[in-house]
Design a protein around this ligand. Structure first.
Ligand code: ATP
Length: 455
């Protein structure tokens, strides 16, 4: 199967079965936005729950839910207003708006994030002969211009002089500005972390690759506040933990790799990304970065609030260093879909199957009456379904079409087991349980089902 077609097939399955719909579809779509469908909501929630659970295993990780709108000064302090830019270049033949750094990367030229517009233009001019537009293949481009990625809003804009407000470009700043509040609540001391899951917004120049690059997306971020002395060791520990974490999602380790940032932003002490091998190549899934004391120092400078910490034992006063782990919900969902999508043959029939880890499966089990027109079977099946639903709400009722069709449909959405209520159930209470991965069928007592589906 070619790499491109795999992604196309996943996009089509996601829409067909109700995982992900293109945003504003009936109005022709709206670039960089997608809507979660019924199964996507569950899959997304499984991703978030697994992440939160892993964070909550630590007794020194606090949770936070900060607002999307924040005082504009926050983004001045963080450096986003002045420096959160991507280089835009327009194809003069087809008018596509493109990322100049991505075009350069495709021909083996690395653009440094810190480059000025002039430097970028010099670099681009030097490579013009090799660069082709990925949309129309032509080679005519305009000048490279730096575009700020912050999405703005008119919230509270009652006169033209009012300043612009920003929708948050990352959830991290909400954590930094609340670091003191969490500390002062009295339950945490250095080292401790703050974990947050929430929406972020970026004016991406070319949103693409389905859920990979959206304009409205969701992040799961944890900022760990630690003394400068302990920070390097803590960084190594967090790097190890975050890489191993993906086992919980059923991701094969060979499809993950570390990539170190070549050009560190001036404040970062070290920065590594975890990359996943998506159908379009190795790309960033998560950043695990050692940010030094930059963020808290900046907020101290701009707000005038003292961000230092007095160590109760050593009496040392310092601004804590920050280790950041930051991963997108959307990129995780896309990875989980790519990892699990497969096509095979079962009983001589071709099928599409999502081999999701049971923890990720949006539907944990489907319950079928063997025949829809036999009231005894239907009522027994309803009884089993109601019993299961009480302990695990993520079970699905399906009586539409023949059993084979129902299996195919459940395979496509990754349901680990299908439970069929047949004539023998009426006699001895046992049911048929069919495995998604092997097709194997076993008979079990219906009382065993809650344990079997892990509820
Ligand atoms: P990229 O280089 O791919 O643009 P980034 O380095 O700007 O990503 P970060 O600012 O480190 O990304 O954001 C942390 C995480 O948030 C990323 O690792 C990714 O999982 C997710 N993320 C960032 N931008 C987007 C986006 N536009 N759409 C979906 N997820 C995103």
């Amino acid at each position: 199967m070619s790499r491109e077609t795999t992604l196309d097939k996943i996009v089509s399955l996601a829409k067909r079965r109700g995982f992900v719909f293109p945003g504003s579809e009936i109005y022709g779509g709206f670039a960089g936005t997608y809507d979660w469908g019924p199964l996507g909501v569950e899959l997304r929630r499984n991703v978030v729950d697994t992440w939160l659970r892993a964070m909550k295993c630590h007794d020194n990780i606090a949770q936070l839910d900060s607002s999307i709108f924040t005082a504009p000064r926050v983004w001045e302090a963080s450096g986003h207003v002045s420096g959160f830019n991507d280089p835009l270049v327009v194809c003069l033949s087809c008018h596509s708006k493109l990322r100049a750094d991505h075009l350069l990367e495709a021909v083996g030229v690395v653009a440094d994030e810190k480059m000025s517009e002039e430097e970028l233009n010099r670099l681009f001019d030097g490579a013009r002969e090799k660069v082709h537009c990925p949309v129309c293949s032509k080679q005519k481009f305009g000048r490279v211009v730096q575009k700020n990625l912050m999405a703005t809003s008119t919230l509270g804009k009652f006169s033209d002089e009012d300043e612009e407000v920003y929708l948050r470009a990352e959830t991290a700043q909400g954590i930094f500005i609340n670091y003191k509040n969490v500390l002062d609540s009295g339950f945490y001391s250095i080292p401790f972390g703050i974990a947050q899951v929430g929406k972020a917004f970026r004016n991406e120049i070319s949103p693409r690759q389905f859920l990979f690059r959206k304009r409205e997306f969701e992040q799961m971020e944890m900022q760990y506040f630690v003394s400068p002395v302990e920070a390097p060791h803590a960084y190594e520990e967090w790097r190890k933990e975050r890489f191993a974490y993906y086992d919980l999602l059923g991701i094969t380790q060979e499809k993950l790799q570390w990539k170190r940032h070549e050009n560190l932003v001036f404040y970062a002490k070290d920065a590594w990304d975890i990359q996943y091998e998506y159908p379009f190549g190795w790309s960033e899934l998560e950043g695990v970065h050692y940010r030094g004391d930059y963020d808290l120092s900046q907020h101290q400078k701009f707000s005038g609030v003292d961000m230092s910490y007095l160590d109760p034992d050593t009496k040392d006063r310092y601004i804590p260093h920050v280790i950041e782990t930051s991963v997108g919900v959307d990129r995780t969902v896309l990875m989980v879909l790519c990892e699990s999508y497969s096509e095979d043959e079962m009983n001589g029939e071709k099928r599409v199957v999502l081999r999701l880890h049971p923890r990720m499966a949006p539907v944990k089990a489907a319950v079928f009456p063997l025949l829809k027109n036999k009231p005894d079977l239907v009522s027994k099946a309803r009884e089993v379904y109601a019993m299961l639903k009480k302990s695990e709400p993520r079970v699905m009722w399906d009586d539409n079409g023949n059993i084979g069709k129902r299996y195919r449909r459940q395979d496509e959405i990754g349901t680990p087991v299908c439970i069929t209520i047949d004539f023998q159930t009426l006699e001895d209470g046992s049911v048929t349980v069919r495995s998604r991965d092997t097709g194997e069928q076993i008979r079990v007592a219906s009382s065993e089902l809650p344990k079997l589906i892990g509820s």
